[in-house]
Design a protein around this ligand. Structure first.
Ligand SMILES: Nc1ncnc2c1ncn2[C@@H]1O[C@H](COP(=O)(O)OP(=O)(O)O)[C@@H](O)[C@H]1O
Ligand SMILES: [Mg+2]
Length: 240
């Protein structure tokens, strides 16, 4: 099966801090892969490198067949990235925000219209898109941002903690949106420190701790291997 993402022996130092220590994993086309681990594990660092925001200290990254070092522009065209601490422009309406972002991705009006109609279908915000973002709840803002990230139909969506801080219903909604997106054949790489929730969203997970991936597999495989009831228990065993 075609790989949407290949990460090989990726290393990242911040000065003397060795944040990511030679990690390797792959994400297939149409697959949802989650990096799960506690705060400080190296999840955001990894996602930022793949999204070309940070440069790696060593290792190889390939997105949709394009090498990160050799072809960074093609990599950027193939991905879309939702940062962990992202906000929307609060004094714009949701719709103005989407048009603004669509304009950054394409100069072609027909293409921009297609992006907007896709975003509307994804976020389901309806008339509220005509209200200012500052009047939105956290869940609504997140849906707006995720629809922005997915509207361009990237080959790989990189979503850093997409459901963190959301109430149950909003989180369920966001999970459903991500699932539908992946079923169209795009790949998703996401991160979460919430190991219980992520079990229901991911096809495969990588358990990351102190910059090292200790295990990768489907939630069912990992639970079986460690005779664990859930991924939190798997993590507790792996981190021993
Ligand atoms: N800009 C930075 N400068 C120095 N250290 C950083 C920086 N960003 C992250 N780190 C460190 O790198 C490690 C991994 O952080 P991060 O990738 O944000 O983890 P996670 O997203 O899993 O919580 C942590 O020890 C963190 O303190
Ligand atoms: Mg993080």
């Amino acid at each position: 099966m075609e790989q949407a993402l290949v990460v090989e022996k990726l290393d990242k130092f911040y000065g003397k801090i060795h944040a990511v220590k030679g990690i390797s994993f792959e994400v297939k086309k149409g697959e949802i892969f989650a990096l799960i681990g506690p705060n400080g594990a190296g999840k955001s660092t990894t996602l930022r490198i793949i999204s070309t925001i940070l440069s790696p200290s060593a290792g190889r990254v390939e997105v949709a067949g394009f090498d990160l070092r050799g072809d960074p522009d093609r990599v950027r065209e193939s991905i879309s990235y939702l940062p962990e601490e992202s906000g929307a422009y609060r004094s714009l309406t949701g719709m103005q925000y989407l048009w603004f972002m669509a304009g950054l991705f394409s100069g072609d009006q027909a293409v921009r219209e297609q992006y907007i109609s896709r975003a509307k279908a994804i976020n389901g915000l309806g008339d509220r898109l005509n209200h200012k973002v500052r009047t939105y709840s956290k869940g609504m803002t997140r849906k707006l941002l995720i629809s922005r990230a997915l509207m361009t139909s990237p080959r790989l969506a990189v979503l850093d903690e997409p459901t963190s801080g959301l109430d149950i219903l909003s989180a369920l909604d966001v999970r459903k949106t991500i699932r539908e997106f992946a079923s169209s054949g795009s790949a998703v790489l996401l991160s979460s420190h919430n190991m219980l929730e992520i079990e229901y969203l991911s096809d495969r997970v990588g358990i990351i701790h102190q910059g090292t991936i200790f295990e990768t597999g489907t939630p069912a495989e990992l639970k079986k291997k460690y005779a664990a009831a859930n991924l939190e228990e798997v993590f507790a065993e792996v981190a021993k």
